[in-house]
Design a protein around this ligand. Sequence first.
Ligand code: NAD
Ligand code: SER
Length: 318
Amino acid sequence: MQERILIIGSSGQIGTELVIALRQIYGDENVIASDIRSSSEEVMSSGPFVEMDIMNEKLLRKVVKNYKITQVYLLAALLSAKAEKNIAMGWQLNMRSHSHVLDLAKDGLIKKIFWPSSIAVFGPTTQKENTPQHSIMEPNTVYGITKLAGERWNEYYFNKFGVDVRSLRYPGLIGWKGTPGGGTTDYAVDIFHHAIKNKKYECFLSENSRLPMMYMTDAIRATIQLMEAPSKKVKIRSSYNLAGVSFTPKEISKEISKHIPNFEISYNSDFRQKIADSWPHSINDEQAKNDWGWVLEYDLEKMTNDMIINLKKCNVPI
Ligand code: NAD
Ligand code: SER
């Protein structure tokens, strides 16, 4: 049977790259991008795009039926920093969009769902280093609370209704194609743009704030690998830990300096510092490795090199 994929929130940092990767595998016409705003030229010109607000459940069902959708990737959400600025919207968008999509599968309209979770499900009481898959989870941000509730919802829908939902707890994601949408880890993308354009950057986190991060190429590969894994190999239905590479603003700035020798970084922490301080420093992803064969490719050095080469080539605006 021909898979037909709907990506909701496709104009954001992840969607911009995931749409293209999925179109290369499943064919341009079989991957439908959708968002409340238009996407990059590459996404808009390579296949179908539907303007859709995920809060409109009736329209969602109509789109799913019209395009004969079999799988949904739900990327629409308010990220950590933005959600702290608009708590009500963060809660409503993150929770209701998820219920709308889970119910599509429960009602037999689609076969498979990808819904991303985050390192934000962990909180100040979680073990900071090498955080295990099963750990204390007491998030203290609205974003983290919606992600934890979403994970419990995933497992509930899988156990109760047999919904094939798959999920990853992404670390902070770093890529050169899309711009980040309002998270606490956004500094690790902004720093590259500023380094190339101005040779200096004022960081909103302190120099030793260590956080788990991942290059977008690895994140996209992990997502597709999990979605294509045989169902019996997907033993975690809440969400899988995914480790990536952990570093501090000081360490990434040192790596960037190897390419841009006169690069300067300064620090001026804002409200996002408190969010970063509540998250783990590093993640244990043994379960993803064991269950479906996950292997990381990009370390800090390789990622920095690739980011700088690509940003210089395409002159992406800040
Ligand atoms: P983003 O903010 O860049 O993109 C989200 C997209 O959703 C935007 O294009 C926005 O226009 C769209 N959107 C917002 N409201 C909508 C609505 N009502 N209907 C339809 N679309 C709407 O986010 P992202 O970085 O691409 O993240 C995607 C998902 O991955 C989110 O669930 C996020 O929590 C998760 N995640 C991201 C990261 C990261 O570092 N980027 C890390 C962990 C988890
Ligand atoms: N990168 C995301 C954020 O900072 C983590 O989910 O919000």
